[in-house]
Design a binder for this molecule. Structure first.
Ligand code: G3P
Ligand code: CA
Length: 254
C-alpha cells in the first residue's frame, strides 16, 4: 500500500482487508493486519468497540466470546482487563493466540503506510466513540493525509463524525436485506456499503449515476468467492474481502 489520497485510490476497485487477513490469522489482530498489509491491500478494515474506560479496541462482536478465551461484553471491561484476554484461533491444526489490539496500536504499527477503513457504531444507542476517534486520527495526521474512510450502519454516528470533521470520506452501510436504493441515493455520503446478495446491476448503475461508489461486503463465506465474481461484472468499487489473495487475482483477470 502507499500514501495516496483516498480520492485517488478509489479510481480502481478497492481491496479492503475485512478484519485483516482473517483467513490466515486471528481476525482483527496486529498480525492479521500485517499479513493484509504485506499482501498489498488498499485498506485495512477495522471494527471498533469501546471499553468501559472509553478506549477503542479492534473487535467485531459485541461480546468477546467467539474470538477470545474470555466472555462477556467488550464494553464491560476496562482496557487493562481486556488486555488479560487473548484471541484464540486454529489454522492448519495450529492454535494461534494474540492480544486484542487498541486502535492506537494498529495505527502505531502502520502509521501513514496504510489506509484505514474504520467502522463506528453506537454504544447503548449513543454516538460516544466518535469524539475520541476523530481526535486520535487527527493527532496521527491521518485525516489530512487522506488515509481514512469511516463507515457505519448508523446515520447518527456518521453525522457526528461529519460534524466533527467534514473532510473524512464516509460510507453508509446497509444491513443484509435492508438495502434501500432511494435512501442510498439521497444520503450525503460518497460511499454506500451493501451486502452482496442485495447488489444487482441496477443498484450499482443507479448509485453510479448519482456519483456514489459501491463497496460490497459478504456474510456467507461459503458463497463469498462466487459472489465476488458476480458483483465484479457490475463494476462495484470495493470489496470487503475475507480472501485477499482471491480478490486480487479476480480483479487482475479480464
Ligand atoms: O464493514 C463492512 C462489513 O464488515 C459490515 O458488516 O458485521 O462484518 O461489520 P460486519
Ligand atoms: Ca465491519
Amino acid at each position: 500500500a502507499n500514501s495516496t489520497d483516498v480520492e485517488d485510490l478509489v479510481g480502481a476497485p478497492m481491496v479492503i482487508a475485512h478484519r485483516g487477513a482473517n483467513d490466515r490469522y486471528n481476525e482483527s489482530t496486529i498480525t492479521a493486519y500485517k499479513i493484509a498489509a504485506r499482501d498489498g491491500v488498499d485498506a485495512l478494515e477495522i471494527d471498533l468497540r469501546m471499553t468501559a474506560d472509553g478506549r477503542l479496541i479492534a473487535m467485531h462482536d459485541e461480546t468477546i466470546d467467539r474470538t477470545t478465551d474470555g466472555n462477556g461484553k467488550a464494553e464491560a471491561y476496562t482496557l487493562e482487563e481486556i488486555k488479560e484476554f487473548e484471541t484464540v484461533e486454529v489454522f492448519n491444526n495450529q492454535t494461534t493466540v494474540e492480544v486484542i489490539p487498541t486502535l492506537e496500536e494498529i495505527i502505531d504499527t502502520f502509521r501513514d503506510t496504510e489506509h484505514y477503513y474504520i467502522e463506528t457504531r453506537l454504544v447503548d444507542g449513543q454516538p460516544v466513540m466518535e469524539d475520541y476517534l476523530v481526535r486520535l486520527l487527527d493527532d496521527y495526521e491521518l485525516i489530512s493525509q487522506g488515509l481514512v474512510i469511516i463507515q457505519s450502519f448508523s446515520k447518527q454516528s456518521l453525522e457526528k463524525v461529519y460534524n466533527l470533521e467534514p473532510s473524512i470520506p464516509l460510507t453508509l452501510l446497509y444491513r443484509k436485506g435492508k438495502f434501500n436504493l432511494e435512501d442510498a441515493k439521497s444520503v450525503p455520503y460518497p460511499f454506500i456499503g451493501i451486502e452482496s446478495t442485495d447488489v444487482s446491476l441496477e443498484v450499482v448503475n443507479e448509485l453510479h449515476e448519482v456519483g456514489k461508489k459501491v463497496h460490497v461486503y459478504f456474510t456467507n463465506n461459503d458463497t463469498q468467492k462466487a459472489e465476488q465474481k458476480r458483483v465484479k461484472a457490475f463494476q462495484v468499487d470495493g470489496y470487503f474481502t475475507d480472501y485477499i489473495e482471491y480478490t486480487k487475482e479476480l480483479l487482475e483477470t479480464e
